[in-house]
Design a protein around this ligand. Structure first.
Ligand code: NYM
Ligand code: MG
Length: 211
């Protein structure tokens, strides 16, 4: 079993538009893995618990105004401040299921019109995910799901631009899952993808994000 080997944990990232089902699926996947005896933790970005995270949270709630590049760099800094802990967890054998990562950083900022290469640059050197699962839901469908919570970016026209940018970021580590399928079907697909990934990357070294 995975727990008795000395292999590292996997870095599994879920990405998608707001209301695509990421948070629910992360929770379901985590409890499944734990039930299988796998050491795993659920993380999310932004991590609103840090000082940087509180600045981000105030910005998203429209309680503060920040220049587009400034907030972009804060989102990146919020990942950098967690990099060391992330590395030690992974090397210690804990799998991390992460709700949003650098792809959100690029897709949301690029949707404002910022240069894509500029958006990618500050995240170079963060730990590269072993698997990125993109929950694919049409922006119109996502908006129907109980509507948006009133945070910045939660507008259908904006989300359409975000979806286009996500599309152009897809690489070989991405698996696209149809997020409009029934929750249980999506859950089943995520279990299989994550389980395979955890097995395959046990002996692989960690690598850095290079885009
Ligand atoms: N977001 C998230 C960004 O704009 N850049 C980032 O780097 C990250 C991680 O924050 N609309 C945006 C996407 C979401 C918002 O995320 C808050 P959540 O998952 O709703 O808490
Ligand atoms: Mg949200």
């Amino acid at each position: 079993d995975a727990g008795s080997k000395s292999g590292r944990g996997a870095l599994v990232v879920l990405e998608g538009l707001d209301r695509s089902g990421k948070s629910s699926q992360c929770a379901r996947l985590l409890s499944y893995l734990e039930g299988q005896g796998c050491r795993a933790e659920g993380w999310r970005f932004p991590d609103r618990g840090t000082c940087v995270g509180q600045m981000i949270s105030a910005y998203l709630a429209n309680e503060s105004q920040l220049d587009d590049r400034t907030i972009h760099l804060l989102f990146s800094a919020n990942r950098w401040e967690k990099r060391a802990l992330m590395e030690s967890k992974l090397l210690g054998g804990t799998t991390l299921i992460v709700d949003r990562y650098s792809y959100s950083g690029v897709a949301f900022s690029a949707a404002k019109g910022l240069d894509i290469q500029w958006c990618k640059a500050p995240d170079v050197g963060l730990i590269a995910p072993d698997l990125v699962i993109y929950l694919d839901v049409q922006p119109e469908k996502a908006a129907e799901r109980g509507g948006y919570g009133g945070e910045r970016y939660e507008k259908i026209e904006f989300q359409k631009r975000v979806a286009d940018h996500y599309h152009s970021l897809r690489d070989s580590t991405w698996k696209v899952v149809d997020g409009s399928l029934p929750m249980e079907t999506v859950e089943e697909q995520l279990r299989e993808l994550a389980t395979n990934c955890i097995q395959e990357c046990q002996e692989k070294p960690l690598t850095n994000l290079t885009w």
